[in-house]
Ligand binder design. Sequence first.
Ligand code: ATP
Ligand code: MG
Length: 306
Amino acid sequence: MIITGGELLVEFVSHAPGCGLARTVAFSGPYPSGAPAIFADQAARVGAEVQLFGCVGRDPFGDLLIDRLRPDGVDVRQVARSTGKTTGTAFVSYHPDGSRVFVFHLDGTAADQIEAVPVIMPGALFHVSGASLGNPHLRAVILEAVDQARSVGRVSYDPNIRPELMQDPLIRPYIDQIVAASDILLPSQEDLEALYPGTTPEAFIRDMLGAGKKVVVVKRGAMGAIGSNGGPLITVPPLLVDEVDPTGAGDCFCGTLLGLLDQGRDFEYALRAANVAGALHVTRRGPMEWNPTLNDIRPYLEPAGV
Ligand code: ATP
Ligand code: MG
């Protein structure tokens, strides 16, 4: 079983590349979002048993999130509904070079009103989506869950560094603490550059496996992915797609990879499937509007003979 938690949000995506969120333009949304929600939804869609904890408002945005996650198979019994606070929101705009600007409304919304950490069941995998660490309350909750999980189960960590959510300079020690507690590390290449400047994905994977990690994968956006579970280093070339909206690809990748590993699938198969899922994900607007099932993924795996 996989457990994850943190900020649940709805997201609005700008239609005007380069608007920078400082001009009045057309948007699409609300879309269900929040990295833990995207991850949980995708892991459920590839068949894993997934429990999500978080908090949404008693408002239409909260309904939107629950009404997407529950039918997709996510156990949302630990998603609380706040009566006094509205659901968190995020706005995103892309620059023509693919970089993006976010405005988050998370602090003080329902998103950070999680009251208690659920009991981590023995043997469970607790997945940390690092963007949650920018909020002091969510950080405390996540650290408590990591503490529980490292003694009874396993911990995976996707740093998901978002500068807008990581203003606090004191955050680094928490990141290092979670890296140390993790069995599985799933950074993007951008995360690596932010956290370990000058290191290469190959060196990072080798060093972390040497330090006892069980699975280490680096997500490389339009360059595919690279990783190892202690066996040979596997480099997966990207699927060639037209990128429309990259947000959430990393969470979709991690949900696929861990969802399949948790069901006992072979590492190389899970890695290749995750690479396909991430690529399909970026072809539609919205952070979790294209979370593919295994039936959607399989046709793209066959040419590689997996
Ligand atoms: P986010 O934090 O926005 O969710 P990320 O930076 O963590 O994303 P990426 O590396 O952008 O993660 O994407 C995850 C995976 O999805 C990549 O490793 C790759 O397999 C696939 N992918 C993403 N973008 C593309 C693309 N343009 N073309 C092909 N595959 C892609
Ligand atoms: Mg990411």
